[in-house]
Design a binder for this molecule. Structure first.
Ligand SMILES: [Zn+2]
Length: 278
């Protein structure tokens, strides 16, 4: 992933001059690029070692979730299993504006191959209501800075709205990284987790439509549906529970605080009830 010996592109050997290719370089898969024409008239090929910039240091992610193989609450499990069964019928699929998302890239800006399978879940909150978020995502935004999307929204009353197919790249976090990993898709810009992340946002309660550090929290229905969606994603993409994190954590600009007032114990109980933490 962070292979420093990146190959921007491979160039075929030219038919004149001294072409020195070391066996080691070939074995390492190091790309060879044509360098300057030297004074003595020979063209020399040298391995290109264009290092991908690492993200700056960030606090370690210590997941509040923990392994748990027994759920002590059969009624909770039954309730969640019912929600799980009905999710395909309840799931609302929305078509958002193409300016607000992109394809997951198979190569970064330096030509390194990338795994396009999601491997991280980033939790957010909407701050304003579900309708406001949907309106933003369905609006055409020509400016990069205005383009935003998540894959899924969960409303206060339990509405589950898929705003973007998980195979696509949502613009859910800007300058961001997770455990030393980011993807740079444009060398003029800093890296982001978007290429390997799934972004899920909870509708903020009415008393949270501000920039205060907390609010009254999320509803039972939101935690229930969140657990059902996460359990599905974890199974489908083999995402471990400690790769469920927050926008607050991945944000390198230290500007994001969401999701505020999030109850990890509530999520722990539900994921355990679904058998997703074993
Ligand atoms: Zn966020």
């Amino acid at each position: 992933m962070m292979n420093p010996f990146t190959s921007q592109r491979r160039q075929a050997a030219l038919g004149w001059g001294l072409l020195a290719v070391t066996g080691a370089a070939a074995l390492c898969g190091v790309a060879l690029v044509l360098q300057n024409l030297r004074d003595h008239g020979a063209l020399v090929l040298q391995p290109q070692r264009q290092r991908v910039p690492d993200p700056p240091a960030q606090a370690a992610w210590i997941s509040p979730l923990r392994r748990q193989c027994h759920s002590g609450d059969p009624s909770l499990r039954q309730r969640l299993l019912t929600l799980q069964q009905t999710l395909p019928q309840r799931l609302e699929r929305l078509r958002i504006n193409p300016s607000n998302y992109a394809e997951r890239l198979g190569r970064d800006a330096y030509g390194n191959p990338l795994d396009t399978t999601p491997s991280l879940v980033v939790l957010h909150e909407t701050v304003y209501g579900l309708g406001s978020a949907i309106n933003t995502f369905t609006t055409h935004h020509p400016q990069d800075a205005d383009q935003v999307s998540y894959h899924l929204l969960i409303g206060e009353q339990g509405r589950v709205v898929e705003t973007l197919d998980p195979s696509k790249r949502a613009f859910g976090a800007g300058y961001s990284a997770f455990r030393g990993r980011w993807v740079i898709t444009n060398p003029a810009m800093a890296g982001s987790v978007n290429n390997f992340a799934l972004h899920l946002s909870l509708e903020t309660p009415l008393d949270g439509e501000d920039s205060e550090p907390g609010h009254s929290g999320y509803s039972t229905s939101q935690y229930d549906n969140l657990a059902v969606v996460l359990a599905d994603w974890m199974r489908r993409y083999r995402i471990p529970f400690d790769a469920i994190t927050t926008h607050r954590h991945v944000d390198l600009g230290l500007e994001r605080a969401d999701p505020r007032s999030f109850d990890w114990a509530a999520l722990q109980r539900r994921l355990a009830a679904l058998g997703a933490l074993c």
